[in-house]
Ligand binder design. Structure first.
Ligand code: GLU
Length: 335
């Protein structure tokens, strides 16, 4: 009893401190809502994306309070296992929103690939964010210069639930390989893989992430790892008209210390998704907070540099658009 009391006093104390002028607002009216956004590993760009979205939501809340426009939404964006984990948790009602690769948005929504027999019909698209090129990151002394060289090597294929793992499984299959074709296939998280590479525990890892990424730079700038080209026969099997969620991509020379020329590869887009069960007004307010503050949002990570409403509301979105998001885009005359 005592414990319970002290916890709620603490929560109240924090809330009162952070939202002082809101004393008679959303909370008192019982309208305060908490939303959770699934992201990825703490060193990835999804984690920044989710937390940047929350920051804009709280910013809109603060601005709204001073103008008498209250949405009452409080937001958190914990680190998670990544794309497929997030989609599954949204499906299970454990998360309200999540960041997910465009390929996994497509497959979950259509019940294809890994989502065969588990179709998530209520999956809804909100907007897309930054491009995520598929990257083969290899030790400088590994002799790995592309996909074919991964055979017989120690390769991290990613933790189950991550977007890169789902995609790596498809690549392995499309190449006609199994995990046995590697000397070792590890399932490390994105946070562990660069250190494992620098320590010589793995020769390479496969990762889909926004550019630049601090986690990748631990391997490139920290111990001389290289990002190889990935645009040969295998990539060509994926980047086809039948797979609109894949596109050719390049990583510019100079991005990392070892990026001495442009890297040619292919990839997906990071997208922001939710469920049809999440209320229209909640999605509307989250979307509004991001787009009304897009200039600020873009400053929060260099991977957001080229974001524009026109492409964000279209590219990489294959699930139906959530009604709350569509309402805002129509109001803006973007749709
Ligand atoms: N693309 C990765 C995934 O879907 C996440 C990358 C990141 O954390 O930025 O799991």
């Amino acid at each position: 009893m005592f414990k319970k009391l002290s916890v709620s006093t603490l929560v109240f104390g924090l809330a009162a401190g952070a939202f002082m002028i809101d004393a008679s607002g959303a909370d008192a009216a019982g309208k305060r809502q908490f939303i959770a956004i699934g992201t990825g590993g703490p060193t990835g760009v999804y984690f920044v994306t989710g937390n940047a979205i929350c920051r804009m939501v709280h910013r809109a809340a603060a601005e709204g309070r001073s103008k008498g426009r209250k949405h009452g939404i409080r937001c958190s964006a914990p680190s998670t296992g990544g794309s497929n984990y997030n989609i599954q948790q949204i499906k299970d009602g454990e998360l309200d929103f999540g960041v997910a690769q465009s390929d996994w948005q497509y497959h979950a929504s259509n019940g294809s690939s890994k989502w065969k027999g588990k179709q998530f019909k209520k999956l809804r698209a909100v907007f897309s964010v930054h491009p995520e090129p598929f990257q083969i990151i290899a030790r400088g002394d590994s002799g790995i210069n592309g996909w074919n060289d991964l055979k017989g090597k120690k390769v991290n294929i990613g933790n189950p639930g991550s977007g890169q793992r789902g995609s790596a499984d498809l690549m392995i299959k499309a190449a006609g390989w199994t995990k046995k074709d590697f000397k070792l296939a590890t399932e490390l998280t994105s946070t562990e893989q660069s250190k494992a590479l620098c320590d010589g525990k793995i020769d390479a890892y496969i990762y889909s992430v926004g550019v630049p990424n601090a986690g990748v730079s631990i391997a490139t700038d920290g111990c001389g790892a290289k990002i190889t080209n990935f645009n040969g026969a295998l990539a060509k099997k994926f980047v086809t008209k039948a797979n609109p969620f894949y596109a050719w991509a390049n990583i510019k020379k100079g991005t990392y210390k070892t990026t001495t020329s442009d890297v040619q590869t292919w990839g997906v887009k990071a997208t922001f998704v939710t469920s049809a069960d999440v209320a229209d007004n909640v999605v509307y307010e989250v979307v509004r907070a991001v787009f009304e503050n897009l200039g600020e949002f873009k400053k929060l990570h260099p991977a957001f540099k080229n974001l524009e409403p026109k492409t964000m509301i279209k590219d990489g979105l294959s699930a139906p658009l959530h009604k709350g998001a569509a309402k805002y885009y129509k109001e803006k005359g973007w749709m």
